[in-house]
Design a protein around this ligand. Structure first.
Ligand code: NAP
Length: 317
């Protein structure tokens, strides 16, 4: 006998994969919507036992199709997010208009939960288009479906991320690594499993807290994060504080690429600390403190960036 039906948008991403595993193991049935079933189908399908996962290929801007997916849903979870804009994938479309539509449909179809993943620090980062679009999205969601739960995570990491894995690749290759804002910006990194546990608890314990800031157990500066990664992969690199003017020039250059390493908007966002604000409840306040420590967790998968690759693992022999 299968449990409730969860309709998940963005299930092929880092958080989505962990979430599908958690939900299906706990008897929830999931319907995952993706843009490209050929590219993402195998990633999604292999996260849970057969029979628990349905995959739908759909364009999220096709309102009629999206609406039809709500007919069988009890819970909707939105994990779709972008870090840079590309044609119709604008911050406004992805972070404001689409979540607003999902909240409206959640209300119309009387769903038990609508959970939306926003981001930490968006009230402060007023000069970032990313942050403004996320904040606008939150307002629209709460207007359309006040029972919604909005989770605002700090930076999320795991073996499937684009954060620690990309930085370890860059640190491996570059002799000098730039530190924007002298590397002083603070983060409270949260492991993807901890975040997924919070989502699971919100659903299974019927928590309706509106906005919850989701943070890990440690506060680390950007420089400390990079130093920890260097230490884990056994590399020595020059960490160079980058004057802002050069930062802006490099961002201008990088954002010309199809998958930019850094954009001007990300550079503006990086100016603001990404830590709990004290203005909203955190995961600890609602009884779900994060368990995983950054260095200990990254140690489990950093070996591929070390000299010797898998043979460098301590427990290999
Ligand atoms: N990772 C972090 O550090 C972090 C921190 C704060 C907030 N968040 C937020 O948490 C959410 C999930 O993050 P994540 O790390 O799991 O992201 P991710 O790994 O980059 O995955 C993003 C997902 O969004 C989907 N997507 C992007 N553009 C889309 C479009 N135009 N139409 C349909 N789907 C689209 C992708 O789906 P397909 O390619 O399968 O279609 C993918 O499954 C996002 O909203 C993000 O802003 C993440």
């Amino acid at each position: 006998m299968k449990g409730k039906n969860c309709l998940i948008f963005g299930g092929s991403g880092q958080i989505g994969r962990h979430l599908i595993r958690k939900l299906t193991k706990n008897d929830y049935r999931v319907t995952v919507v993706t843009r490209n079933i050929h590219q993402k189908g195998h990633i999604i399908k292999t996260q849970g036992n057969a029979g628990y996962i349905d995959i739908i290929e759909a364009n999220i801007f096709d309102e009629i199709r999206i609406k039809s997916l709500f007919e069988r849903a009890d819970i909707c979870i939105n994990l779709i997010g972008i870090l840079y804009e590309k044609k119709k994938n604008s911050f406004k479309n992805i972070h404001t208009l689409f979540p607003s539509l999902l909240a409206k449909l959640s209300k119309q179809y009387n769903l038990k939960h609508f959970i939306h993943i926003s981001a930490l620090g968006i009230n402060e980062a007023k000069d970032s288009d990313y942050a403004r679009s996320k904040l606008e999205g939150e307002k629209e969601i709460l207007k359309n479906f006040p029972l919604s739960t909005i989770l605002r995570p700090s930076i999320v990491y795991s073996v499937d991320d684009n954060f620690t894995t990309s930085f370890m690749t860059l640190l491996n290759r570059l002799p000098v690594f730039p530190l924007y804002y002298s590397g002083k910006t603070k983060f409270m990194p949260i492991h993807s499993s901890d975040l997924v546990d919070i989502i699971y608890n919100v659903i299974s314990k019927n928590i309706y807290s509106q906005i919850i800031e989701c943070v890990g157990p440690e506060t680390l500066s950007f420089k400390e994060i990079i130093e920890k990664l260097l230490n884990l992969i056994d590399k020595r690199r020059i960490l160079l504080p980058m004057p802002l003017i050069f930062g802006k020039l490099t961002a201008k250059f990088f954002q010309l690429f199809p998958k930019p390493l850094l954009t001007e908007d990300q550079l503006r966002l990086l100016k603001y600390d990404n830590i709990s604000s004290g203005k909203y409840k955190t995961n600890t306040d609602i009884g779900f403190p994060a368990k995983y420590l950054f260095e200990k967790e990254v140690e489990k998968y950093c070996y591929m960036w070390k000299q010797g690759g898998e043979y460098s693992k301590k427990n290999f022999y």
